[in-house]
Design a protein around this ligand. Structure first.
Ligand code: NAD
Length: 710
């Protein structure tokens, strides 16, 4: 774990080298070994100074999330971190100069260890990042991060690092004072060694700024007017943005406010309590499970059929150069893939390319891309109206109008040109893949690739396996999703698949509340407080009430007698068909969108949906908006539309901005506990109808004391 050596000058090198791992991480085992080596060096009278280093390509990647996610004993954890803090204080106060050679990224606990050294030198590597990502997983930097960073760089500069998890490059870290020097890569160890030798020669006692007499926090502590103002503004902004649903940034602010008002040792004692509180909270467990392990599995393609050779992509075809087609073309071109962008006319295809041009031109303007890089990207997009140009494409994706006949037509035309082994994918948002595959002469090579809007930005792709879709097609489609840097979830065919189906329940529940006479302002505010990116009515306006209405009509036509009408169908029909209020795109839906200024609820809404005198509480509305999604996700599991619970959670967070503190629609059932979740659903079903009816899978799991997650 630790390579320990002492040279002729009495400089000990403590080199971290986690066995069998690509990265150094901090967990119980490595921290114990580290502490032992460090204490040995501090105690050894022949050791005059210490260099802290790494044998990997990066310094330290941070804490072991598997360990943190599994903590169940708060007292033991508190002791463990307090002991580590004692070691870091021993380094600072041991009287020997200690310097860290940051040969690559130093993140989280790794950066905190470096901050306890008297001097930090970073290698100038473009990929190296420094910072504290803990907050993004519901945690805080709990080994002194919230105390040492603001004492070093001031509260203002510390806030984005600690509260947003912003990672910075070496040059910026040096500029704000987080590290002392940046040297060409490979020279960092020598540079730290030189500093240690100079310090020994000077006879100066190495001391951290906060241990020196008369220390003042740069820019002022919480007791100063500037510090107080900074904390008040940060607190207000945090609440406005998150409605206080994420305890980590709040605890980080508390650590700064309480900890910086005192000395470092007391500050560390305060911090470790807040840290323990977060580690024990369901929020961090949810975020670690979904955002870290769930996404890691998805991105590693854990569920990819393994017997199929990996496919590389050089050239794909994109049918339809509209909003989605152009967006997908951007993602593919940026991944180095040539795109044949086809539309009904050459002019329409050019319009799609223009969309890409505008996006990239903006980047060039902002200095985030060179003109040369932009030209190279543009050269990869080949607009056309001629199907013959699709020749040689390994994959063709259609994103033409959402009409079965048009989709069938383009499928036939493309398949006549592309190779026998090429994949044909549909980006339909609602039409079952198995039905669309009927137009294909090789349905085993037919699959759904459901992108989200805007496709060039949204990270998720829902891969839909039709009845006839082959395993090889699935594996190769997954390779494509990864090749363009997106995260896939794999689902089986169903109306609305997984994402549209569950997301749709949120919109519909909002409209059900409206029909019942609940104030629209209250409904949408409750959606925001629940953690959703927008209230359900505002969101329906965004994706267009016309679309909601059209999907309902199509579903009714397809299902016939089996069709169950929902509130959204009635409300969207009234708004879009009767009143011509189609949503944001057409100037107004539930809201009006004046050219300037924020949107305003439509004045005429109250006449259509009168508001009752008696209103439900915010909590009652939130429960409905959230549980309606959970129960539908559970049905998707029961019907095997979903293959694993984690897909529900990753898909919801990445697909429609479901709040990560709940873990996901299934993660939320897990958080509540199945007994409580089932009781709540039974109550809601009795009050509001069968959309809340408990699926058998939940009753069975409850009876057998099973859980979705450990
Ligand atoms: P759009 O109207 O912006 O673009 C459709 C494009 O297809 C147009 O440029 C049109 O000229 C072209 N087109 C129509 N018929 C064609 C044909 N026969 N041959 C070639 N091109 C043809 O629509 P969009 O929003 O990009 O949606 C496209 C598809 O993606 C639809 O199936 C839609 O359901 C699906 N989708 C949309 C979203 C979304 O949020 N907009 C999200 C996921 C999936």
């Amino acid at each position: 774990m630790i390579n320990y050596s002492i040279d002729a000058d009495g400089i000990a090198t403590v080199e971290f080298d986690y066995p069998g791992k690509a990265q150094n991480i901090l967990n119980a085992a490595s921290m114990e070994a580290y502490a032992e080596a460090m204490r040995k060096a501090l105690a050894d009278p022949t050791v005059k100074g210490i260099v802290v280093a790494s044998a990997k390509k990066d310094f330290i990647a941070g804490g072991d999330l598997a360990d943190l996610g599994a903590v169940t004993d708060a007292a033991a954890f508190h002791r463990h971190i307090s002991d580590w803090n004692k070691l870091l204080r021993a380094i600072e106060l041991g009287g020997k100069p200690v310097a860290a050679a940051l040969n690559g990224s130093a993140l989280g606990g790794g950066m905190e260890l470096a901050l306890a050294c008297h001097h930090r030198v970073a290698a100038d590597k473009p990929a190296a990042r420094f910072g504290f990502p803990e907050v993004t997983l519901g945690l805080l930097p709990g080994a002194g991060g919230t105390q040492r960073v603001p004492r070093l760089v001031g509260m203002q500069a510390a806030a984005p690092l600690l509260m947003e998890g912003k990672r910075i490059k070496a040059a910026e870290a040096q500029k704000i004072g987080l590290i002392h020097a940046v040297v060409p890569a490979g020279e960092e160890r020598q540079a730290t060694r030189n500093w240690v030798l100079e310090t020994i020669a000077s006879g100066r006692k190495p001391l951290q700024p906060w241990d020196a007499k008369g220390f003042k926090i740069p820019g002022g502590g919480p007791g100063t007017p500037a510090g107080m103002q900074m904390l008040m503004v940060a607190n207000a902004m945090l609440r406005a943005k998150t409605f206080d649903k994420y305890p980590a940034p709040r605890h980080i602010l508390s650590c700064m406010y309480e900890g910086l008002a005192t000395d470092l040792d007391t500050g560390l004692a305060i911090e470790v309590r807040y840290f323990t509180n977060l580690v024990m909270s369901p929020v961090s467990k949810n975020m670690i499970r979904s955002l870290f392990f769930g996404m890691q599995e998805a991105n590693k393609l854990a569920s990819r059929p393994s017997a199929v050779a990996q496919q590389k992509y050089l050239r794909i075809g994109m049918l339809g150069a509209g909003m989605m087609g152009a967006g997908i073309a951007i993602s593919a071109a940026m991944a180095g893939i040539d795109v044949v962008l086809l539309d009904t006319t050459a002019k329409a295809a050019e319009r799609g390319k223009d969309y890409a041009r505008k996006q990239w031109a903006r980047r060039v303007q902002q200095g985030r891309m060179t003109q040369q890089a932009m030209d190279a990207l543009l050269a990869r997009i080949h607009p056309t109206a001629d199907y013959a140009d699709l020749k040689g494409c390994e994959l063709v994706i259609e994103a033409v109008f959402e009409k079965r006949e048009i989709k069938a037509d383009v499928t036939t035309k493309a398949e006549a040109v592309i190779g026998a082994n090429a994949i044909f994918a549909s980006n339909t948002s609602t039409l079952p893949i198995t039905g669309l595959a009927e137009a294909s002469v090789r349905p085993t090579n037919f699959i759904g690739l459901h992108f989200f809007s805007p496709a060039e930005k949204m990270p998720l792709v829902e891969i839909i396996v039709g009845k006839a879709t082959g395993e090889a097609t699935l594996a190769r489609a997954m390779d494509f999703v990864r090749a363009i840097g997106k995260t896939p979830i794999v689902v089986n065919d169903s109306r609305g698949f997984y994402t549209s189906r569950v997301f749709g329940t949120y919109l519909s529940e909002g409209m059900a509340l409206l029909e019942e006479g609940v104030s629209p302002a209250l409904i949408d505010k409750a959606g925001l407080i629940a953690g959703m990116p927008l209230g359900p009515l505002a969101l329906a306006d965004e994706i267009s009430l016309e679309l909601v209405h059209k999907i309902a009509q199509q579903t009714r036509a397809d299902l016939g007698a089996a069709y169950v009408e929902r509130a959204a169908d009635r409300v969207a029909a009234r708004m879009a068909a009767d009143l011509g209020r189609l949503g944001r795109k057409s100037g107004g839906g539930f809201y009006d969108y004046p050219g300037e200024g924020p949107k305003r609820l439509w004045q005429g809404l109250a006449a259509q949906f009168p508001v009752k005198a008696q209103q439900p509480t915010v909590e009652e509305i939130i429960e409905r908006l959230i549980l309606v999604q959970s129960v539908e996700a559970a049905r998707c599991l029961e019907e095997k539309v979903l293959r694993a619970p984690i897909d529900a959670d990753v898909g919801a967070i990445l697909g429609w901005g479901y709040p990560s503190f709940r873990g996901g629609p299934i993660g939320w059932l897990h958080t509540l506990g199945l007994a409580q979740a089932v009781a709540a659903l039974d109550r809601l079903a009795a009050q509001h109808g069968s959309r809340f009816a408990v699926p058998q899978i939940l009753r069975d799991m409850l009876a057998r004391e099973k859980r979705f997650y450990a």
